[in-house]
Design a protein around this ligand. Structure first.
Ligand code: ASP
Ligand code: MG
Length: 420
């Protein structure tokens, strides 16, 4: 059995959904579990709906949701003939679920409503794609992953309950493969034991697919993207970015950790635990080989470049010139987890600490305020964090000349430079 994940870009318009069908045809009658994201930028659009609702702008929320609704109905109309009416009825059930909620007044926390609204993107996209494939003769079964993925109620970043999810997968997914070669379900979402919808964190569909690959002991997982495979840098920023044919799990975990937007960071572990290879392939040209990620050591990797914009540097200086020892540092780490921020880089000296973080203004504000109890605090914004793995002198020089460097950390493998 194989597991495929199709991201939002791969189902963003009619031609691409049709293209997905031709990719599947080339796999003959192999058994494939398919995880699909919301179409195109739907998740962003639904986030706006949730925000408007939570700020008490009901009309605005309904108006924004109406656009999402129309867009999906249009897609369905273009793609479907025989199955249109039946599919429209299914889509309407999902629309109604959200619209009902939007008529309420927000009483619970924002993250709860976010998940109830945003989860509809994946339900809508998979419903349309599944109906289209059935109509074109690629028979498949659609399943609501909220009946399979049991999670805790940490909305917007829910954690999978593996025991229940494994049982559901064995009892409800596996038998479907006796009848169908293809099972279609949603990425990114799940449900609590009280049947509240949850999401697993933005871009979480890669991870959903990996959970299934693990539970189904898949022979491989394939992520279909609009690029040739994994590149050594973001091709939008570096036109001479190079394709990498082969990587090992650890390298990808490192890349994701430093902020490369390749694969959701949680994806690797479920695959690594069972030695399941991950393929990153291009849906625009299915015959390209793509990147293989597996456990073998890979030598001679090119420099891998990750740029993170919108960084802040917080300078902390101990107020009474006492040393920044374990206690203040420990307290600072507690603050990080309380405020839910993750330092990208940290450096300490005798009486000062410097912390580089993503610029989330409200959280940075909170952090600065709380830290000002023990420290003199100064915040610098608008910085860029450059990380290069497998660097050499030339590439480092090329990417840092003319920059003002504020912080630098270096190991034989990796160099990080915070610059302006
Ligand atoms: N649709 C979700 C997002 O855009 C999940 C995903 O695409 O992986 O974040
Ligand atoms: Mg996506």
């Amino acid at each position: 059995m194989k597991v495929f994940k199709f991201g939002g870009a791969s189902v963003s318009n009619v031609e691409r959904v049709q293209n997905l069908a031709s990719i599947l045809r080339s796999y003959g009658d192999e058994k494939i579990l398919i995880v699909i994201s919301a179409m195109g930028k739907t998740t962003n659009a639904l986030e706006k709906v949730a925000e408007a609702f939570y700020q008490g702008h009901r009309e605005e929320a309904l108006r924004l949701f109406e656009q999402v609704r129309q867009h999906h109905l249009t897609m369905a109309k273009y793609l479907l003939v025989r199955n249109y009416l039946e599919t429209e009825a299914q889509l309407k059930d999902f629309f109604t679920e959200v619209e009902w909620l939007l008529h309420d007044k927000p009483q619970k926390e924002y993250d709860y409503y976010y998940d109830q609204v945003v989860c509809s993107g994946e339900l809508l996209s998979t419903t349309i794609v599944s109906a289209f494939l059935n109509e074109t003769g690629i028979l498949n079964s659609w399943i609501d992953v909220r009946d399979i993925f049991r999670t805790d109620d940490n909305f917007r970043d829910a954690a999978i309950d593996w025991t229940t999810t494994r049982r559901n997968t064995e009892q409800r997914i596996l038998p479907l493969f006796d009848q169908y070669n293809i099972v279609i379900t949603q990425g990114f979402i799940g449900a609590t034991d009280a049947n509240e919808s949850t999401t697993l964190g933005r871009e979480g569909s890669d991870y959903s697919a990996a959970v299934f690959a693990n539970l189904l002991d898949a022979e491989s997982q394939t992520i279909w993207k609009d690029v040739e495979g994994v590149m050594n840098a973001d091709p939008k920023l570096f036109p001479d970015a190079r394709f990498i044919a082969e990587l090992n799990y650890d390298e990808v975990i490192e890349m994701a950790y430093y902020g490369a937007q390749v694969i959701h960071p949680k994806t690797i572990k479920p695959l690594q635990n069972k030695g399941i290879p991950l393929l990153v392939k291009c849906f625009l040209d299915k015959d390209l080989p793509g990147t293989v990620i597996h456990k073998k050591t890979v030598k001679n990797l090119p420099p891998i470049i990750v740029l993170k914009e919108d960084q802040v540097l917080i300078h902390l200086h101990s107020k009474d010139f006492s040393f920044v020892g374990e206690k203040p540092t420990g307290e600072l780490y507690n603050l990080f987890s309380e405020i839910r921020v993750k330092p990208n880089l940290m450096q300490s000296g005798a009486v000062h600490l410097q912390v580089c973080l993503d610029d989330k203004p409200d959280r940075i504000g909170k952090l600065a305020l709380a830290a000002s109890e023990n420290f003199e605090v100064r915040v610098e914004k608008g910085l860029t964090l450059l990380t290069i793995r497998h660097y050499d002198k030339d590439i480092l020089e090329k990417l840092t000349t003319g920059k003002h460097i504020l912080l630098r950390q270096q190991s034989p493998e990796t160099v990080q430079v915070l610059m302006r």
